[in-house]
Design a protein around this ligand. Structure first.
Ligand code: F6R
Length: 364
């Protein structure tokens, strides 16, 4: 049941810390701080190319993982929504592999994409939350997320569990490919192992998120902006807001603003930015300043180092724990999901069963 929570989604949001912790414990040895070598149908050291496929939020996990596999493991990655991949007939690299991310393991388009890549000779790995699912059965190897049953139609805890698995794999592949050493591996896994604690603290800050929700609940359009591995999390924020509150929202790479979306900006359009301190901070902050100069109301998620610069022009700044940029996507997923939840509650929509949506999309 829902226990003391109003909705399954609220309950499942509060399971983020436990689920991230449980998933990480499956993959990281806490004593050595090394990622245990996962049983894979390919050797990550020599893998020429990796495909990532998913739908909806799972696709956004694939997008985040692409940044990790590329920058950390120096592995070439292709990433697409399953409904496109299944009809693309792309040229496939011999000896290549594909990973299919799915909570249910039953999503029709992802199963069809899997079939296509199998016929192209790729080795198949599924990252699923349901061990007896079709996707688990039809892949060479299944890597489990340990999220437990997810009842709310909108995915929450499965999303951070999927990110946690992909982060562990990126570290493991980076090690296997000689792109990082044992010390760097230990540093990155330590950063991951701290995420549950940070997540718990974020869940305690719901009053602050509720204030942000009140700020955007009457907007017609909301833009979410970020760069790098946080860009897919901006898209996740927009997707969750759309499906739960029916407010039109888009996630954009911050650098794309001036190539079109900036034409939408006026004082009625909240701009939600994921902008922690780090190598891309100045670039994102300058895009936000341009939006603010055109009347955009900036709501920024950052950390204590990023806050002072953003406070000069943002209408609201929420300070998140300062973490290694590697784990920032997992952490930022939590407040953007919470924000969509609280907007939906304020609007009185059917939070656990948004209109027109199904938990598992088993038809094309
Ligand atoms: C978004 C959401 C959907 C699912 C998508 C894939 O909140 O829940 O976008 O992520 O339908 O479902 P699975 O992961 O079961 O393949």
């Amino acid at each position: 049941g829902k226990g003391n929570y109003r909705h399954f989604m609220e309950k499942e949001l509060h399971e983020h810390p436990a689920v991230i912790g449980d998933t990480l414990r499956q993959y990281v040895d806490p004593a050595t701080r090394a990622v245990a070598r996962p049983a894979l149908p390919f050797d990550p050291a020599t893998l020429p190319r990796l495909w990532l496929s998913g739908c909806g939020s799972a696709f956004l996990v694939c997008n985040t993982a692409r940044y990790w596999f590329e920058t950390l493991a120096r592995l070439p990655v292709d990433c697409d929504v399953a409904s496109e991949l299944r009809y693309r007939d792309p040229p496939l690299t011999e000896g290549g592999a594909a990973m299919f991310v799915s909570q249910s393991g039953e999503t029709a388009d992802n199963l069809a994409a899997m079939k296509l890549l199998r016929s192209g000779g790729q080795s198949l790995v599924s990252v699923v939350n349901v061990p007896e699912s079709t996707m688990a059965r039809e892949s060479d190897t299944t890597l489990m997320t340990v999220a437990g049953p997810e009842i709310s139609v909108a995915s929450t805890k499965a999303f951070t569990a999927q990110l946690s698995v992909m982060a562990c794999l990126a570290i493991n592949f980076a090690r296997a490919r000689g792109a990082i050493d044992a010390a760097e591996e230990a540093r990155l896994t330590a950063a991951l192992l701290e995420v549950p604690e940070h997540a718990a603290r974020l869940l305690d800050s719901s009053t602050e998120i509720e204030a942000l929700a009140a700020d955007i609940k009457d907007a017609r359009d909301v833009l979410y902006l970020a760069r790098g591995s946080l860009f897919p999390i901006a898209m996740e924020g927009a997707l969750k807001l759309k499906e739960l509150s029916y407010i039109h929202a888009e996630g954009y790479a911050a650098g794309e603003m001036k190539h079109g979306p900036i034409a939408l900006i006026d004082s009625s359009v909240p701009v939600i930015a994921l902008c922690p301190s780090g190598p891309l901070f100045e670039k994102t902050a300058s895009n936000l300043q341009e939006a603010a100069a055109r009347g955009g109301r900036i709501i920024a998620f950052t950390d204590e180092d990023g806050a002072p610069a953003l406070r000069r022009f943002a209408s609201r700044v929420m300070v998140l724990p300062k973490v290694d940029p590697f784990v920032a996507p997992i952490l930022h997923a939590i407040p953007v999901q919470m924000l969509a939840y609280h907007v939906a509650v304020l609007k009185g929509t059917d939070v656990d069963q948004p209109r027109n949506l199904a938990k598992a999309v088993t038809v094309e």
